[in-house]
Structure formats: structure tokens, C-alpha cells
Write a protein that binds this ligand. Structure first.
Ligand SMILES: Nc1ncnc2c1ncn2[C@@H]1O[C@H](COP(=O)(O)OP(=O)(O)O)[C@@H](O)[C@H]1O
Ligand SMILES: [Mg+2]
Length: 272
């Protein structure tokens, strides 16, 4: 099996060289206009996560069909239901708090491969759906606050957040939230300003502008890693048929054997 502690294959760069992401202890924000390739990126990462040993998926998908094919291997799959989204995020927060208590008791600051604690990959396609579209204002605020807490504190506890948004505006992604994502991926944007909102002020002026990605070049993006300079990438794309095949295989290798505690049967609340 793969591991979330290993780099995740993302695609190629402009020279055709493979691009890998170290996702453990990091979060990813994918943003850009509809049809740019955000969900494609989430699926490519979901495939690695699904095939990874000791890895749990918690999926939020307001459209149901973007991440839907991974439901059989996910611990939780949240559709267009704000109450379900909030209870799931609260449970994740509790798991994270438990893990910090465990780490503290062991005089440690972050989980390691040998701890055998599961890695939890939480994916949100799309943030604005839960933080600005459905539910009451109070619920939307709570969603944003819980998500921010997971992004801010989850990393060392083995909780990785991968989130997408098609509305890279300050009301959806305040700078304070944006800046705590270790990786930001700007797919095609309609304006240089939107590109800057994703990558950071000033990058477009230096030539890293997601507005210059052709509408026909889906899956192309500028990828910014913490402290680096943006890198032009083309995300590896999985077709529906490929996703279905990988998800089936992942479900099979994750099947209960009676020897180990199978992922997906105990629920995230019991994850140590
Ligand atoms: N990496 C990619 N390579 C080639 N085509 C892609 C890629 N990503 C997306 N596409 C094409 O673009 C369409 C829209 O992509 P999607 O990921 O759904 O966009 P978004 O989530 O940003 O709205 C896909 O259905 C697919 O046809
Ligand atoms: Mg999408």
C-alpha cells in the first residue's frame, strides 16, 4: 500500500518533470474558476489517500458527485447537509484534541509514521457551499471556524485538510485562513486580482498569474508551497472509470480481515 507519509504524485511541471507533494503536516487550498480542475486535483489526492495504509478519508461534497466515488472507502461522506457537516467537523476537532492530549502525555509534538496513528484526510469540495450557501449564518460561521481550527491545528495531529473553492474572494477565504494553508494551488482565474487572492499579493505582477492559464488548459495551475515561489503544474487527471477502479481496489485492500481494526468500520470518533 501507499502511505500518506510518502510524497503524493500530483502531476508534471512545465518541463515534464514529475511533481510530488509532501502532504503530511500540510494542508492544500485549491482555488480558481469553475471548470479549472480543482475537483480533479482533489480526486488525484483522494486516490493516493484511498490506497494509503492506515489512512482515513472524511469527505465533504455539496454536489455529491465530485468525491462521491470514494464514499465506500471514506469514514464519513457529507453531502448537502450543514448539520451533518458540523457534527462531522466537531468530531474531527475532538479527535484532534484527543491526539494532542496523547502527544503531550508522551512528551511529543507531532505524530510520526511509527506511532501507527491513522492519518486523517479531510476534503472539502467546496468551502463556500458550507460557509456561505446553505444553513443559517450562525451555522456557516461555525463551519468556517471549525475548518479554520482544523487547518490551523490539525497538521501535527495527522489531520490534513484539502479544500477547494471557486470563489477566491476575501469573504470566503480571508487572508488569515489562506495563509495557514501550506500549499495553495491557483487554477485558472478570471482576473489577476483573484490569482493574487489565492497565491498572495504581488505574485501576478511578478509573472505568476493564474489569469494567463487558457480556459482550455484544465488542470493547469500555479502551485505555491510555503515560503517558495509558485510553480506551474499540470495535475494528473483520473477519469471516472479510473476512479471507480481505484476506489473498488482500495475498498478491497481495506476490507475487514478480522485481524486488524479495519479502517472505515469504527468511525472517526474512535480514532485514537
Ligand atoms: N488535470 C486535468 N487534465 C485534463 N483535463 C482536466 C484536468 N482537470 C480537469 N480536467 C477537465 O476539466 C473538467 C472540469 O474539471 P473540474 O476538476 O471538475 O473543475 P473544477 O472543480 O475546478 O470546477 C473535467 O471534467 C475534465 O474534463
Ligand atoms: Mg469542482
Amino acid at each position: 500500500m501507499l502511505s500518506m507519509f510518502d510524497p503524493v504524485f500530483l502531476g508534471i511541471d512545465e518541463f515534464g518533470a514529475p511533481v510530488y507533494l509532501e502532504l503530511i503536516y500540510r494542508n492544500v487550498l485549491a482555488a480558481g474558476e469553475p471548470g479549472g480542475g480543482k475537483s480533479g486535483l482533489l480526486n488525484t489526492i483522494a486516490a493516493h489517500a484511498a490506497l494509503s495504509d492506515n489512512t482515513r478519508l472524511v469527505l465533504f461534497d455539496g454536489k455529491l458527485v465530485e468525491l462521491g466515488m470514494w464514499e465506500q472507502v471514506a469514514d464519513a461522506f457529507v453531502g448537502p447537509d450543514i448539520d451533518h457537516a458540523l457534527t462531522t467537523l466537531r468530531r474531527l476537532q475532538q479527535v484532534m484534541n484527543n491526539r494532542y492530549a496523547w502527544l503531550r502525555a508522551h512528551g511529543r509534538r507531532k505524530i510520526a509514521r511509527d506511532d501507527r496513528l491513522s492519518v486523517i484526510v479531510a476534503m472539502v469540495d467546496e468551502i463556500a457551499y458550507y460557509s456561505a450557501t446553505i444553513g443559517t449564518e450562525q451555522q456557516q460561521k461555525e463551519f468556517a471556524a471549525l475548518l479554520r481550527d482544523l487547518v490551523a491545528r490539525g497538521r501535527a495531529a495527522g489531520v490534513i485538510v484539502i479544500a477547494a473553492t471557486q470563489r477566491p474572494s476575501f469573504d470566503i477565504i480571508p487572508t488569515s485562513l489562506r495563509d495557514i494553508f501550506g500549499y495553495r494551488c491557483a487554477f485558472r482565474c478570471t482576473t489577476s486580482n483573484s490569482s493574487n487572492i489565492i497565491l498572495g499579493q504581488g505574485w501576478a505582477e511578478q509573472g505568476y498569474n493564474a489569469n494567463d492559464i487558457a480556459p482550455t488548459n484544465q488542470g493547469a495551475a500555479y502551485l505555491l508551497a510555503e515560503g517558495g515561489i509558485p510553480r506551474r503544474v499540470k495535475v494528473a487527471y483520473l477519469t471516472d472509470t479510473q476512479i471507480a477502479a481505484i476506489a473498488d481496489y482500495a475498498a478491497w485492500i481495506r476490507r475487514p480481515t478480522g485481524i486488524h481494526t479495519p479502517a472505515g468500520t469504527t468511525g472517526i470518533a474512535t480514532a485514537a
